[in-house]
Design a protein around this ligand. Sequence first.
Ligand SMILES: Nc1ncnc2c1ncn2[C@@H]1O[C@H](COP(=O)(O)OP(=O)(O)OP(=O)(O)O)[C@@H](O)[C@H]1O
Ligand SMILES: O=c1[nH]c(=O)c2[nH+]cn([C@@H]3O[C@H](COP(=O)(O)O)[C@@H](O)[C@H]3O)c2[nH]1
Ligand SMILES: NC(=O)CC[C@H](N)C(=O)O
Ligand SMILES: [Mg+2]
Length: 514
Amino acid sequence: MDANRILIIDYGSQFTQLIARRIREERVYCEIHPPTRSLEWIREWAPKGIVLSGGPSSVYGEDVPTADPQLLHMGIPVLGVCYGMQLITHLEGGVVERGRREYGRAHVTVEEGTGIFDGFPAGERTQVWMSHGDHVVQPPPGYRLLASTEGLPWAAFAANDRPIYGVQFHLEVAHTTRGADMIGNFVFRVCGCEPTWTAGSYIENEIAKIRSTVGDAQVICGLSGGVDSSVAASLVHRAIGEQLTCIFVDTGLLRAGERESVERTFRAHMGIKLEVVDASDLFLDRLAGVEDPEAKRKIIGHTFIDVFEDASARLGGDAQFLVQGTLYPDVIESLSVKGPSATIKTHHNVGGLKEDMKFALIEPLRELFKDEVRQVGRELGLPEEMVGRHPFPGPGLAIRVLGAVDRRELEVLRQADTIYLEEIRSAGLYDDIWQAFAVLLPVRSVGVMGDERTYENVCALRAVTSRDGMTADWYPFPHDVLARISTRIINEVAGINRVCYDISSKPPATIEWE
Ligand SMILES: Nc1ncnc2c1ncn2[C@@H]1O[C@H](COP(=O)(O)OP(=O)(O)OP(=O)(O)O)[C@@H](O)[C@H]1O
Ligand SMILES: O=c1[nH]c(=O)c2[nH+]cn([C@@H]3O[C@H](COP(=O)(O)O)[C@@H](O)[C@H]3O)c2[nH]1
Ligand SMILES: NC(=O)CC[C@H](N)C(=O)O
Ligand SMILES: [Mg+2]
């Protein structure tokens, strides 16, 4: 286990994940946990430093998340960001006041170039990003000023006798120009971490963990052909070899030709036992008439597990473990166990699991972001055609045919999606885009084709750029490419007479429509 690790306590800020990203970019391992973790738990976890995130609450509010005041006296360095700084102030006897809301760009002047400002000359003015309504008016006794802005006398402070720091601004966002320097200073200079967190060290740790968990039991892996499950399978295979069998489920919700292409690539590159199960009737029957997106997701999650249990019994083995390619964002967005962040949607492989499932889960990528998984995949020697694939969600086309799903609509969407991706590839844009897909809307519009009136479905196209799927922006296609895609879909796909392009970012939208 990596001894160089930082604990992030999540007070519910939309930027908490970014703090984790920035720390990992410095090659230091970190995890996000809720404010309810006890001091004993923290001592056991043994972080070299603790970051208290921002959050929507006010320290004087009722029932607001807090911390044990002893947290600041454990001998572990602490950095409070925004709400985190206000909380330190409150716990240590300073004063926080409401008023003077400030959002966006500001400039701090560094008073003292030490600690997190190491290497900043005193008097340096640097751009930061603010998002707060409360602020520190009087620091706790024994704290001194590190930085201020024109309107904000206490923009950053430090305790005199302990490595405790607070910043009112968000050093984790890209708009804080020297935020990475400040985070680097905290983890290396203040906490004394080493930059040991690499894909290679991660693989070694995980292999050891998997071996000791599994022993000589049989293991199955839900393999979708996507990046995450391929990397997970390859990692587990390295750990336990022939004890692993992969199961690819044809859900009836896959894209055109997907089953064949996954089988082909996997058999060519992986050398792992593979079972292909056709469960399309089961999935489609259970989904018949179901309109609500969350209900659809839960049915799909349960059905996956039923199919895995069935396949495991048929294979004669009593597999005790199920490997899934679950990632950190799946977990963060599905559950609120990690803290006060809200449930956005139930990813089929997390919140959608059956309660009485007979497998124990092995999820070696559960703490990683997508781009980190790609790095691990490259390190494991997987081909670029697997590692560079756009993500495709387990619930597949069921969350892209909006509302109730049937075979006819799935087929219409499949045709549109194929054309869309063909054109993206032939324009050479596949690798510039993080994820692209078509959505079939349950809306019909009037058109005219060859002098005949048509009354058919609308198709929406989505393409986004992103780094880890947590935030995303719409992709600015060249207009001629959009024009070609639209013409081809309307001309070639019976059932669609209008094409729209989705220009929403995440947040406030999400990448998928359901
Ligand atoms: N058709 C499928 N057959 C078997 N398992 C599946 C299938 N689809 C999804 N899964 C399981 O659900 C997990 C989560 O799916 P998800 O789409 O997030 O990951 P992925 O498919 O492995 O990678 P990617 O995000 O690149 O598509 C997968 O890692 C896999 O374990
Ligand atoms: O395996 C999955 N099971 C799911 O239930 C699921 N829901 C969304 N996604 C994928 O996750 C990323 C973020 O999607 P959203 O912005 O729509 O939440 C995007 O890449 C989505 O395609 C899923 N993947
Ligand atoms: N982003 C934050 O952490 C905000 C903290 C606090 N609620 C404020 O408005 O000042
Ligand atoms: Mg997938």
